[in-house]
Design a protein around this ligand. Structure first.
Ligand code: DQA
Length: 145
């Protein structure tokens, strides 16, 4: 089954944006890691700076994905729309943050998405995506190799 990996605003700048916080690896590097870990499962790896696009992709996941890995980025802390969309999705959802959000500003400590997520990973960098994909694969009952 297909696994969706969704990335929110500004993550297209990964590797260039605040590397002391988010590291030097690019989103393309994260995608390559996800594809390697997910095999033989296919993944759909997507990024948008637009909240409505993320909502639309979650709706598409209702018909085509068995599980969702999502780094909602700043939408984590603001978006009831993303939470509501995830609540309309029936499969497992794992929330990932590259940085350890709880060590950072207070406004990053609350996550709307955590009210829906089956697991939350923060502070492991790109490895958090790999762990999230392994967990989704376990939850959908087909362990990747
Ligand atoms: C982030 C943490 C968010 O607080 C922030 O707005 C991001 C990225 C992370 O991966 O650490 O853009 O989700």
């Amino acid at each position: 089954p297909l696994i969706h990996v969704l990335n929110g605003p500004n993550l297209n700048l990964l590797g260039q944006r605040q590397p002391e916080v988010y590291g030097r690896e690019t989103l393309a590097d994260v995608e390559a890691l996800c594809r390697a870990v997910a095999a033989p499962h296919a993944i759909r790896f997507l990024q948008s700076n637009w909240e409505g696009q993320i909502v639309d992709w979650i709706h598409e996941a209702r018909h085509e994905a068995a599980g969702i890995v999502i780094n909602p980025a700043a939408l984590t802390h603001t978006s009831v729309a993303v939470l509501d969309a995830l609540n309309a999705f029936e499969g497992p959802v794992i929330e990932v943050h590259l940085s350890q959000v709880h060590k950072r500003e207070a406004f990053r400590h609350h996550s709307y998405v955590s009210m829906r997520a089956d697991g939350v990973i923060a502070g492991l960098g790109p490895e958090g995506y790999a762990a999230a994909i392994r967990r989704i694969a376990a939850l959908i009952g087909e362990e990747p190799e």
